[in-house]
Design a protein around this ligand. Sequence first.
Ligand code: GLU
Length: 496
Amino acid sequence: MKVRVRFAPSPTGPLHIGGLRTALFNYLFAKKHQGAFVLRVEDTDQSRLVEGAEQYIQDALSWLGIPPDESPAHKGGHGPYRQSERRAIYEEHAMRLVQEGKAYYAFDSTEQLDALRKEAEAKGEKFIYNHNNRDGLHNSLQLSSEETSRLLEEKHPFVIRFKSPADRQLQLDDLIRGRIVIDSNLLDDKILFKSDGFPTYHLANVVDDHLMEISHVIRGEEWLPSLALHYLLYEAFEWEAPQFAHLPLLLKPQGKGKLSKRDGEKGGFPVFPLSWGESTGFKESGYLSNATLNFLALLGWNEGVEQEIYSLDELKQRFDIDRVNKSGARFDVEKLKWFNHHYIQQASNASLAATLQNTQAALSAADLESLEHFVGLVKERESFIADIYTHNTYFFESPSSYDPKALKKQIKEDTPALLAGLAAKLQALEDFKSAGLSDCLASYCEEKNIGLGRVMAPVRLSLVGALKGPSIYEIMAFIGKESSIQRIDNLIQHTS
Ligand code: GLU
């Protein structure tokens, strides 16, 4: 049997990062088994459709580097891939179940059902539309066929409900959770089809998974409660059910409770892969796609070994659904930053320099070769591409202030004079390169019979504005003789 999996989002807004993790696990499973990864757009709930959401989904998958083999944009032999274009198929299947006595028309109005719900609540019970009470309700199981036909002809609003069986212990299998047993008496007669001509999620999802020859349904844990009904639908249609795997929830960074959009707002991290309206995405926040992918792959899956760094190719070979955990996966933003730091170190200086040139207005005219050199000097300390520039702007402009604590500690009475002497020596230096600069400073301190630090720290302060950054000799060589001496003079003026 060929492995075919699908990612089936509803385009009701931007894809949540948890949705992207579901897509990734489907993709990896498909690739591991030389199967197909299908993107099916579940857009039957017309009232919740959001303009641009479908495109967003496709863009997010492309950004992560996990393009579908079949999708609305990339057709295969199992389309259409948008449920709104498959309405006739669902209607035909709903009718088939009605004709076979496995589903029925229900004409109960919302008011009638609300009243029944309230009545049950008043008695401390829960109203469930099923075998317990369907005989007394307004549906085609009770009405004569003439009466049912008349209501349908008169366009009386109706829904088609599934006739859920009584007294059965349903044995459901999940690849991650094992066997789950459900008492069918707890199930209600779920709505499959509405009189507006649209199916509900359950009918459309099962019919499509069958017709699209989906072998494994891998989806979020929030769909576990639908599993019993889906099993019953496969049985009613006399189809073989696919295998199911329900992925663990993504938990808040603190570890308790489901990750929500608000957690991102509170914790200052994105929850959407790409920006959407006011919300900044992972991409725009400076997370690299390979870092995000590596991080997502380990949210709920591990090989049981120390390894944490995985390339996409490795994941395609090693991902195994049997090693997906049941328990929720903590969304640890610090870990994500750690991955980002790692992948920034892996990225070539040339590509980082090109990105900086394109994204930082102040660098748009900078020389690429020297940008590349700059990146090589500072990236070791950085976890975000933008920070490579924003944390190290002193490579391009004089510091606008000095760290007051450092000033107090490092500037002694004789410092301005010492700096002035050094500036004169630097002026005379012909070859303004790192090694020569280092020798120059060392011999100057020897002449003056002082420790290197007496001069080095003030020089750093003059160049950077704080006691941080890479080697001062590299900084001086980068900014050149004129700027270096100018910055030293600036500090002399500031302190004398
Ligand atoms: N349309 C559902 C969603 O939005 C699909 C659930 C499933 O994968 O069965 O997640």
